[in-house]
Design a protein around this ligand. Structure first.
Ligand code: EPZ
Length: 420
């Protein structure tokens, strides 16, 4: 296992290009299971999670090669309907192969994702939505076993106790595109990655309306054909790099960025005193004057993204005053608090709230990554800290961020990788 060593205190300056969105490429690769035709996915990020999803669709009968951001997917003719525990347990997003397998083959056996460090990761909404489409589901030895004689479109309310669900919306939409008749998904997730999936499905011949709003309508069709699609930029990588600029007092221009996907974050960072200049596909971020303390509550899109909560906490940890973070999507998503406090932060966790009392500066220390966004938080903290920060278990970071060291080094960071 590798670790990252960061010498903090360097202002980040210059230009960097954002990679394709992890949370778009994963369901879109799963959606290739809905046709036997060839598909070409461009702008795909080279991530651990991308490779995991490629392994899964290969195990389900696809051939898929990935080179310089382009994935060529075609069918081997072999059919397999079982998504294995070994692969699914390493990445919860794998569960989104269930919808396409059911839609295409009317049967599937997919390992339950199980919990992870950020929360229980239930799938009750996924199963509720599929059952509404006339799918029979049972749980057998840790697997969901699903089958349907005929998928029948219907009206599905998909809201849960935490609001909408991204991958449940994806799963149900992918099953509905080949169902008979019309489906309405109410309280659908509105995330840009759900919209990107719907756009890919429409290119494959699906009839979908309302994607990006809480009401998605799907008119079932008989079959889908192959398509070519370019993945949207990763809004969470964009937001993470924006905070890298602010936490180091730097000035960064982000290319291949979509400011329209980051309304809540941009609003909050401007409230904190950031100077943010937007164009259609780029964002410039620098500090206007001092960064001020802000309060953040995570919500489903277009609310403040939970995937940016750890990163904004790193920024607030060295911002004068008291900031409060309310985590309404994954109330346990605070593994980064302990590690930030080891670097000298003053953060107190109270249930789904974290109270942050800003300190003058953090001090570099050996810290351990625990999950993807907590790892990003520790990189940001290391960039700002006085002295050296050693981050171990950075395979968590590599799941969702492409070429981190290269991108940050190009902006002036002192960062290198070492074998553990
Ligand atoms: C997606 O996960 C993202 N992953 C997550 O990003 C992101 O944090 C999450 O959406 C919320 O935005 C991918 O897109 C691959 P949810 P997903 O279903 O779909 C509860 C990252 O760091 N819920 O929208 O699994 C759930 O427990 C990852 O890139 C149910 O109660 O999340 C959570 O509290 C981490 N029942 C809330 O809904 C269900 O059946 C939102 O979860 C499903 C979810």
């Amino acid at each position: 296992m590798d670790k990252l060593i960061i010498e903090g205190g360097k202002r980040l300056l210059g230009e960097v290009t954002v990679s394709g969105a992890k949370n778009a490429v994963l369901p879109i690769l799963a959606a290739t299971l809905l046709t036997d035709d060839a598909c070409i996915i461009k702008g795909a990020p080279a991530l651990r999670d991308t490779n995991t999803m490629l392994k899964i669709i290969r195990s389900l009968g696809k051939s898929a090669d990935f080179d310089k951001g382009v994935v060529n997917v075609s069918s081997t003719g072999k059919k397999n309907f079982v998504a294995d525990y070994k692969l699914v347990s390493t990445m919860r997003a794998s569960f989104c192969v269930l919808g396409p397998l059911i839609g295409m083959h009317k049967k599937a056996k997919v390992s339950l994702p199980g919990g992870c460090i950020i929360g229980a990761r239930p799938v009750d909404l996924h199963l509720k939505g599929l059952r509404a489409l006339n799918v029979q589901t049972t749980i057998d030895s840790g697997y969901v076993v699903a089958k349907a004689d005929k998928l029948q479109g219907s009206h599905i309310y998909l809201g849960g106790v935490y609001g909408s669900s991204v991958l449940a919306t994806d799963n149900v939409m992918m099953a509905a595109v080949l169902a008979q008749g019309k489906s309405v998904i109410e309280c659908a997730a509105c995330e840009p990655e759900v919209v990107d999936l719907a756009e890919f499905l429409i290119k494959m011949g699906a009839k979908i309306k309302g994607h990006g709003t809480p009401i998605i309508e799907v008119e079932g069709v008989r079959r889908l054909h192959g398509a070519t699609h370019t993945i949207i930029p990763d809004r969470i990588e964009t937001g993470t790099l924006m905070i890298a600029a602010l936490i180091t007092g730097g000035d960064i221009i982000l290319k291949n960025a979509r400011p329209q996907h980051l309304g809540a974050l941009i609003d909050k960072l401007q409230e904190a005193g950031a100077n943010i200049t937007k164009s259609d596909n780029s964002i410039r971020v620098r500090v206007k004057d001092r960064i001020k303390a802000i309060n953040v509550t995570t919500l489903p899109y277009p609310g403040f993204p939970t995937d940016m909560q750890a990163q904004v906490m790193a920024l607030m940890s060295i911002t004068p005053g008291i900031s409060v973070v309310a985590e309404k999507i994954y109330p346990d998503r605070f593994m980064h608090v302990g590690e930030l406090n080891r670097m000298g932060a003053h953060i107190q966790k109270e249930g789904p709230y974290a109270i942050i009392e800003g300190v003058e500066s953090l001090s570099g220390a050996p810290v351990m990554a625990s999950d993807l966004r907590a790892s990003a938080c520790l990189v940001l903290a290391g960039l700002a800290a006085k002295g050296k920060t050693l981050i171990s278990r950075i395979y968590h970071l590599e799941r969702g961020y492409e070429n981190t060291e290269e991108k940050l080094e190009k902006l002036g960071a002192t960062i290198r990788r070492e074998k553990e």
